[in-house]
Design a binder for this molecule. Structure first.
Ligand SMILES: CC(C)(COP(=O)(O)OP(=O)(O)OC[C@H]1O[C@@H](n2cnc3c(N)ncnc32)[C@H](O)[C@@H]1OP(=O)(O)O)[C@@H](O)C(=O)NCCC(=O)NCCS
Length: 227
């Protein structure tokens, strides 16, 4: 296998010489392009021995029949997962002593933007805020924790889930809000731009992705019907 390498140049793979992948299907290869995705994620600027690809993934490259394969970059959910804390001050409180819903919404939108920017590495805009449910109040002196993660990506859009907790002095968290925000990656002209694919690693992430696809279908339907 000596001398047989895949060269990675940003999101482009170059097969520099003929070779063979291992006959063993790696435990990582749950889908045909899995090795490719994983390799691209780990080693954007390194040389990877092709022997590290399984036969299935190697054959995928050969099937394309080109020496150069352009592929969409990939990111894991954990690459953009973000937490942010706030201490509730009098300025955040409404006339009956509770945290302003609008203040929380601002923090949620900001955090979702940071998660989305970390995922796509470019400018984003908020397309929609969905499913905002205030489950419990927060008061002056409370510590608020916002935790945001990507649940699903389309071509240019990313759905971000932001959970908000009130954290006690002992560190116990009580959820007070869950929101889903659609962020769209845009270029310098404000036009939608492709985002990296999302690598799903856990059963919980898979279920969240399935639910997100369902929400997207429902949102598209609402947009079509204009309500
Ligand atoms: C979001 C925006 C860039 C989409 O542009 P567009 O020309 O409608 O683009 P498209 O119809 O091709 O949709 C692009 C993507 O955005 C998604 N999208 C568009 N409108 C959406 C909406 N209202 N809700 C959820 N997703 C939406 C589409 O589903 C699509 O996703 P995909 O590429 O992953 O399949 C554009 O509508 C916009 O700039 N809106 C204003 C956003 C803004 O100013 N936000 C700040 C808050 S005031």
């Amino acid at each position: 296998m000596g001398g047989v390498f895949l060269l990675f140049a940003s999101a482009e793979l170059v097969l520099s010489a003929p070779g063979y992948g291992t006959d063993e299907r790696s435990s990582l290869c749950r889908e045909p392009a899995h090795c490719l995705r994983l390799s691209a994620y780990r080693t954007l600027s390194e040389k990877i021995p092709i022997a590290k690809l399984c036969r299935v993934c190697y054959d995928e490259i050969k099937k394309i029949g080109k020496e150069t394969l352009c592929m969409r970059p990939v990111k894991k959910v954990t690459d953009s997962l973000t937490e942010q804390q706030y201490l509730i001050c009098p300025a955040h409180i409404n006339h009956y002593g509770r945290l302003f819903g609008g203040q929380l919404l601002k923090w949620i939108d900001e955090l979702a933007g940071i998660v989305a920017i970390r995922h796509c590495g470019a400018t984003v805009t908020t397309a929609a805020i969905d499913n905002l449910q205030f489950q419990a109040p927060a008061y002056t002196g409370d510590m608020i924790v916002l935790r945001g993660m990507v649940t699903c990506v389309g071509r240019s859009s990313m759905e971000i889930r932001v959970d908000t907790y009130r954290e006690s002095l002992e560190g116990k968290r009580e959820m007070i809000n869950r929101a889903y925000i659609d962020m769209v990656c845009i270029d310098c002209k404000g036009q939608p731009k492709e985002v990296p694919e999302l690598i799903i690693e856990t059963e919980e992430q898979r279920q969240e992705q399935e639910a997100a696809k369902k929400r997207k279908r429902m949102r598209n339907q609402r947009r079509l019907e204009g309500f």
